[in-house]
Design a protein around this ligand. Structure first.
Ligand SMILES: [Ca+2]
Ligand SMILES: [Ca+2]
Ligand SMILES: [Ca+2]
Length: 377
């Protein structure tokens, strides 16, 4: 009896020794595939025990921030455990926190690297118990100071702060997003002055036709990710203009992203966006075609007494609001007349509406009212 027991213990020890020896051999023989800047790799993994983990590395020859993209273009959709797992470390001993990537999704990471430091990336499919395979792609991008190549038409890549698109004020940028693809986020970067009022004017030209869900989200933050105003969603055929006044002079980021995991998994969105300085800060406050842009008080077109303005509004998102400004003096009498010269004439819903207020709507001189085509008020 005693002899038998000893034999069993010995067996267990031998097995443990064997196993750790095997693990060590595997570690020392890891085959790291070298990544190069802006060279996409498209790869596959299975859940087979010999093929469920892949290793990549990148050696940085300068001090820089790189952006890493991992896209799980095809994989099982059986919950979090079937996501592509990411494990990112550096030769400097840092562990980079990163999300696992679900099927159809993309994960981005900005990573600061010192000269000579190596980035190690392990991607693995612990997967389901089924016989599944994964197809994914990964790519690393340099920052703009370090030679990032950008597509002039799409401004891509621009999905992280590190590689965000530098934008000019008073310029409209029209671009696109696609939910469930590599391009789920566009980030624009610009400088603003403290105490100045700016207007963010955005339009969604194309998107899922539902009026309530499936919009894209706009958020504006400072360099420390503090929101300048609350993020908002916009759906197709919507136009939105908001004023804001930063407290700090510095770099700001406008992030536009398509909803993650919505029912519109592969929706295409087309939008335009611009950040306008107040007209008083323009070189010529009267420039712009057809008195545009004029969607907020700070970019309202200033008209003169006795000036006749002829203009249009468009149905849909393109031009829903025109705002004009007029300086009035106390105890003078003014008369304003507005005529709807042309437009749809089906019902009261198609009438244009107007109202007259003082700054910030504090005093209402004329409450909101409608004008039919052919009518003058
Ligand atoms: Ca885009
Ligand atoms: Ca993008
Ligand atoms: Ca307008």
């Amino acid at each position: 009896m005693n002899i038998k027991l000893i034999f069993l213990i010995l067996t267990a020890i031998t097995l443990t020794a064997c196993h750790s020896q095997k693990a060590r051999n595997k570690t020392s023989s890891i085959d790291y595939k070298q990544l190069e800047l802006q060279e996409e790799l498209i790869e596959q993994l299975s859940t087979d025990i010999n093929d469920y983990i892949a290793y990549y590395s990148y050696v940085s020859d300068v001090n820089q921030t790189i952006s890493l993209r991992v896209t799980n273009s095809f994989g099982p959709v059986a919950g979090k455990l079937s996501n592509l797992q990411t494990d990112i470390t550096t030769s400097g001993g840092r562990v980079i926190e990163s999300d696992s990537v679900k099927s159809g999704d993309t994960v981005w990471e900005d990573i600061q690297l010192n000269v000579g430091e190596t980035l190690f990336i392990a991607l693995s499919a612990f997967g389901t118990f089924r016989d599944e395979y994964y197809e994914y792609s990964l790519e690393i991008y340099p920052s703009q100071d370090n030679g990032l190549f950008i597509d002039d038409d799409t401004f891509e890549p621009n999905d992280t702060k590190n590689i965000s698109t530098n934008v000019l004020l008073n310029t409209t940028y029209r671009s696109e997003l696609m939910a469930g693809s590599i391009d789920q986020k566009d980030i624009y970067k610009f400088s603003l002055l403290a105490g100045k009022t700016y207007s963010l004017v955005s339009t969604i030209h194309q998107g899922p036709s539902s009026a309530t869900i499936g919009g894209i989200q706009f958020s504006l933050t400072d360099d420390n990710d503090n929101p300048v105003f609350a993020a908002f969603d916009m759906v197709q055929n919507q136009n939105k203009a908001d004023e804001f006044t930063p407290n700090i002079t510095g770099t700001y980021y406008l992030k536009i992203n398509s909803p993650l995991g919505s029912i519109y998994a592969h929706s295409f969105y087309s939008y335009s966006t611009a950040i306008w300085e107040s007209r008083i800060d323009w070189q010529n406050p009267y420039e712009g075609e057809d008195f545009e842009p004029n969607e907020t008080e700070s970019i309202a077109f200033e008209m003169d007494i006795n000036q006749i303005i002829e203009s249009q509004l468009a149905r849909g998102a393109d031009d829903q609001i025109d705002m004009y400004k007029l300086l009035m003096y106390p105890s003078n009498k003014y008369q304003i007349s507005i005529t709807a010269t042309d437009g749809p004439n089906r019902s009261s819903l198609s009438d244009i509406r107007f109202k007259i207020t003082s700054k910030n709507g504090e005093i209402v001189l004329a409450p909101e009212q409608t004008i039919r085509v052919g009518e003058t008020r």
